[in-house]
Design a protein around this ligand. Structure first.
Ligand SMILES: [Zn+2]
Length: 287
């Protein structure tokens, strides 16, 4: 009985893998434009939302430099931060709030985080445990930072993201989740209502890799197309922003702070955004 569904899952995954490989090797830019042009851009003008996920101590190490650089160029971003880190390093998080950045709920312990929750996975938690992770983090942002976030990002999103977060977020009065990948989501890279009145803001891809998530880990470290080549990575970013800008699209990415501050990648990305004149927004500006 179990072989049917198992085989179908395998076939679906294999078909998805095959489609991705063929598209990435043949006409990725055409696909990107066709795919993204189907979106309903909420702003009507070309817009870009820059976000960062703080998962490890080394991300906290990069925090002051990240804040300095964003301030220097007058860019406000979204920071998905963990409740435990806010408790441990309140001052740097307070500075982020003072600088006008948005705090995104990224759970209390970030299940499977090596520091506090190495053997837990968000999708394996019960509904009550997931709720506790989200609510506890919210309490900390409220008590320590004096703010009430309106958005959530599932730790590690993708396969670890579950439908059960939407009723939890709705109950908390949240407006959005940003826990899916643009390539696999109905919004074609732009925000769209998911369920329980919650908007989903999928994380974006890039011009030549429209069926992947464009972030430093996926592109530079994992089964990567760029083999640690920061120049290729930045170049791909520039090409993508040019098309997004020319075609009045909405795009958002997330980056790992520890990685993006290395080798001037952050400065080069910001300089590209400034040069194209694309509007940079925070997710909360959409509501
Ligand atoms: Zn994370």
């Amino acid at each position: 009985m179990i072989w049917g569904p198992l085989l179908r899952t395998y076939q679906n995954r294999y078909a998805a893998f095959l489609a991705r490989t063929v598209i990435h090797k043949t006409a990725p830019a055409d696909f990107f434009l066709k795919f993204m042009s189907k979106q309903k851009n909420p702003l009507g003008t070309a817009a870009y939302a820059l976000t960062f996920d703080f998962d490890f101590e080394k991300d906290i190490d990069a925090f002051p430099y990240l804040l300095d650089t964003l301030k220097k160029h007058d860019i406000q971003a979204g920071f998905a931060v963990i409740g435990k880190f806010v408790e441990k390093y309140p001052d740097i998080h307070k500075r982020a709030v003072d600088d006008g950045h948005e705090i995104i709920n990224h759970s209390y312990t970030h299940p499977d985080n090596p520091h506090w929750a190495p053997d837990r996975y968000f999708n394996k938690l019960t509904y009550a445990e997931q709720k506790d992770e989200i609510e506890k983090a919210h309490e900390i942002y409220h008590n320590i930072l004096g703010i009430d976030p309106i958005g959530f990002r599932t730790p590690h999103y993708g396969n670890l993201h579950t439908e059960s977060v939407y009723p939890i977020l709705a109950e908390l009065g949240y407006k959005y989740s940003s826990s899916t990948a643009a390539c696999g989501y109905k919004g074609f890279g732009a925000p769209s209502i998911h369920s329980h009145g919650i908007t989903e803001i999928p994380t974006g891809c890039s011009l030549n890799f429209p069926l992947a998530i464009f972030d430093s880990w996926n592109m530079l470290r994992k089964d990567n197309p760029f083999l640690g080549d920061d120049d290729l990575f930045v170049d791909e970013f520039k090409k993508t922003i040019k098309v997004v800008s020319e075609h009045c699209l909405f795009l958002t990415h997330y980056f790992d702070p520890y990685d993006i501050v290395e080798n001037n990648k952050l400065e080069r990305i910001i300089s590209c955004l400034k040069k194209t004149g694309i509007e940079t927004i925070r997710y909360c500006d959409l509501f």
